[in-house]
Design a protein around this ligand. Structure first.
Ligand code: PMP
Length: 438
């Protein structure tokens, strides 16, 4: 069947060269860790969809949960009412979060989760009569979605440039921590670079701490190629935030639910933020869901603050959607029963060994990894940045690999159900692809 040209507007990126020919880019089915194209080509899913399908595709337990839920309660308005499984899901998610983070607000995507967290931060300070705290601090190279809030705090300049007139006021960005001279090819967390956190003191000095509402960071920057925080960096951010009464938000849309081998990156790095945003893996990518986990302190401020001191209206038609919560329960059941976070811990050294084995290729500029994620930077081809990555992506479709290439960086986040052989096979395939385009 031919597609009519010009009817479907694909989500687009700042790089117009990756504009797609939809004909060549069709995925028609998926099972386990594989996608299938119309001609039957099988593609290993090297990024779990977009970091969101750790259990692979068409898991029978989830299919069953969807069917049962659709027949029982397919929708319930979330404002004056709720449903038992949504309440229970909040308990379950809070149970996975660090102690004292016991309250969950549901949204429908990572972008919505981030915007929700930023609104909660502003509301929290207002309720504490600290309404002068309006500034937000993000981080260079951070990605927090495409809502106006998430875009403002996001640290990818091309993503927000065109929308400059709509950005939130008072947003600054911490300098990024990545310095290839000191950290190239480091395995896991680099030892060098924790003092980058002092950049927060610079911003505090510039603006006065009492005007700063929150700092938001991805513990591991996913979208910009798996940038791993130096040992001690997140701890230092926590200390500085605590000292100045600034809220710390971890955007765990990618790192949450086992990707780091722990429930959340907060536990992996042993740092307790004030809020955690999540999305993606919580429903295995099947039905959109996102949310924010907050400390008891934040929740209690909203619930016990002076009556009507502020009107805080926030929520989505699909907050805590019964279909999504049913899927999330099934996902968490499978993760628990199959001990998948322990499996991630067991697979981490396998991926690490395999991916760092690419180091001998002259086209490879840097390699990073942590949890079940890895990033490989290639040297750009002369005069054509991004061309190598694009060629690898396109050849990958013919060689059985669905790859995520942003510019000349390849990011990996394979499903938790992958076998060690599949991970090694994925990297062997990438080796051949890199060699073939070099
Ligand atoms: N935050 C992070 C850390 C993300 O990785 C993403 C998506 N890649 C988002 C927010 C936005 O999520 P969504 O695309 O679901 O809006």
């Amino acid at each position: 069947e031919t597609l009519r040209k010009g009817t479907y507007w694909m989500p687009f990126t700042a790089n117009r060269r990756v504009r797609a020919d939809p004909q060549a880019r069709l995925l028609t089915s998926a099972k386990g860790p594989y996608y299938y194209m119309p001609d039957g080509t099988e593609l290993f899913d090297t990024l779990s969809g977009l970091w969101c399908s750790p259990l692979g595709h068409a898991h029978p337990r989830i299919v069953e949960a969807l069917k049962t839920q659709a027949e029982t309660l397919d929708y319930a308005p979330p404002f004056q009412l709720t449903n038992p499984q949504t309440v229970h899901l909040a308990e379950r998610i809070a149970g996975l979060a660090p102690d004292g983070m016991d309250h969950v607000f549901f949204a429908n995507s990572g972008s919505e989760a981030v915007d929700t967290a930023l609104k909660i931060a502003l509301g929290y300070h207002r309720l504490r009569q600290e309404g002068q705290r309006f500034r937000m601090i993000g981080r260079e190279r951070g990605y927090h979605g495409v809502g106006f809030g998430g875009m403002s705090v996001g640290g990818i300049v091309p993503n927000r440039k065109m929308f400059a007139s709509g950005m939130m006021p008072g947003v600054d960005h911490l300098r990024h921590t990545y310095n290839p001279e000191h950290m190239a090819f480091s395995r896991g967390q680099p030892e060098w670079g924790a003092d980058h956190a002092e950049d927060l003191e610079r911003l505090v000095g510039l603006h006065d701490a009492s005007t700063i509402a929150a700092v938001i960071v991805e513990p591991v920057q996913g979208s910009t190629g798996v940038i791993v925080p130096p040992v001690g960096y997140l701890q230092k951010l926590r200390e500085i935030c605590t000292k100045h009464g600034i809220l710390l938000i971890f955007d765990e849309v990618i790192t949450g639910f086992g990707r780091m081998g722990e429930n959340f990156a907060a536990q992996r790095f042993d740092v307790k933020p004030d809020m955690i945003t999540f999305a993606k893996a919580v429903t295995n990518g099947i039905i959109p869901m996102g949310g924010v986990i907050v400390t008891d302190e934040i929740y209690n401020t909203f619930m016990t603050g002076p009556e009507n001191a502020i009107e805080f209206a926030h929520g989505y038609t699909y907050s805590g959607h019964p279909m999504a919560t049913a899927v999330a329960h099934a996902v968490l059941d499978v993760m628990e029963e199959e001990s998948l976070f322990a499996r991630v811990r067991a697979l981490e050294p396998v991926l690490e060994e395999a991916v760092h084995g690419l180091r001998d290729l002259p086209a490879v500029k840097d390699i990073r990894n942590i949890g079940l994620t890895a990033g490989v930077d290639l040297f750009p081809a002369e005069g054509a940045p991004g061309a190598r990555g694009l060629a690898i992506f396109e050849r990958g479709l013919r060689e059985g690999l669905l790859l995520r290439c942003t510019g000349d960086t390849i990011s990996f986040g394979p499903p938790f159900i992958s076998t060690p052989e599949q991970l090694r096979g994925m990297i062997d395939g990438v080796r051949r692809l890199i060699q073939s385009v070099s």
